[in-house]
Design a protein around this ligand. Structure first.
Ligand code: SF4
Ligand code: SF4
Length: 316
């Protein structure tokens, strides 16, 4: 599916064979047969070493891979898209390699047929976890750093006790901005800031710093009432929930685009989600494409201003 001449993907949820198990394994074998001879992505993530180990165990014969061996590389993908952007064989190349979307297709198939553990479904619901945690930020932040709680989190949620957990904000970024926005004329542009779960619930200081940079540059900023972009739900393959969130966010963001706002996103994963995944998830909604065209990663947006000589870099 071409989404506007810039990026093309091998992912079509309308394809009648999208959820067909046999077609899924055939596509995995097709992609693996190219990757095994290329091996460029071996250092990017655990998916490719798992694939190449399996191929080597079977003397280079893809047909001998078991279903478990076919599934493991797709299971291990965490959708960073590094391989997609580096691979020379992505669409429109005739090989049409799109490893992250193959992984997503597998996870969607798995979720529809086998479901997901309740705890995994809770963990990907970053909006809900954030909303529940913020009023108790002080105690949650303290408990999250105690050994007994880390042991419980490891045993029940699979979170390694050594992993650094993000802090919980004492206030959401949205609420902070309502109380602390500075008056600007907005002569340098109008921005709808997609707050993101990370900034809204976990990294308030970074969000404040960003808002101050935008205000200093005389940018008029609104923070729309959006939901999570939905990408955490890709991890469990719950595509229906992602589609619901995409519909909601496109509706909200479209009203800003129509009023002349650019959509600026401070977390690259969420920016990729709105810009590239929403039009694939909502192929019949022209507004998804309209919104997509106005989405900018925050660094891209500031760089654009700099190139036009309109970025005030006078920071102490
Ligand atoms: S995704 Fe592309 S670049 Fe990476 S190993 Fe496969 S064919 Fe090679
Ligand atoms: S998108 Fe998936 S397969 Fe590709 S580099 Fe990232 S984690 Fe690995």
């Amino acid at each position: 599916m071409d989404i506007g001449g810039t990026k093309d993907f091998e992912f079509n949820i309308r394809d009648p064979k999208f959820l067909d198990e046999q077609a899924l394994w055939e596509e995995a074998k097709r992609v693996y047969s190219k990757c095994k001879d290329c091996r460029m992505c071996v250092t990017y993530c655990p998916s490719f070493p798992a694939l190449f180990d399996a191929v080597d165990r079977h003397d280079d014969d893809i047909e001998k891979l078991s279903k478990e061996e076919l599934a493991l590389p797709l299971e291990l993908c965490f959708h960073c898209k590094q391989c997609y952007f580096k691979c020379p064989y992505t669409p429109p190349h005739e090989w049409r390699i799109d490893f992250p979307h193959l992984s997503l297709r597998y996870k969607v198939w798995k979720f529809k047929n086998k479901g997901a553990k309740l705890i995994d479904r809770l963990m990907v619901n970053t909006d809900l976890v954030g909303k529940l945690s913020v009023p108790f930020a002080g105690i949650v932040n303290k408990l999250n750093n105690t050994k007994p709680v880390r042991v419980i989190l490891e045993n029940f949620m699979g979170i390694d006790r050594r992993a650094k957990l993000p802090p919980i904000n004492s206030q959401t970024l949205v609420d902070w901005y309502k109380e602390n926005r500075k008056p600007v004329k907005g002569e340098n542009g109008k921005i709808a800031l997609f707050s993101t779960c990370l900034f809204n619930y976990n990294y308030l200081e970074k969000g404040i710093a960003l808002l101050r940079v935008l205000e200093k540059n005389d940018l008029w900023v609104e923070i729309p009432e959006v939901q999570c972009c939905g990408i955490p739900f890709f991890d469990v393959g719950d595509i229906d929930t992602v589609i619901e969130k995409a519909k909601h966010n496109v509706k909200v963001l479209k009203s800003y685009v129509s009023a002349g706002y650019d959509i600026v996103v401070p977390v690259p994963t969420c920016a990729l989600q709105i810009k590239y995944e929403y039009p694939l998830l909502l192929p019949e909604d022209p507004d998804a494409k309209l919104v997509s065209e106005k989405v900018f990663d925050v660094h891209e947006y500031l760089w654009k201003l700099k190139e036009k000589g309109r970025l005030n870099q006078d920071f102490r």
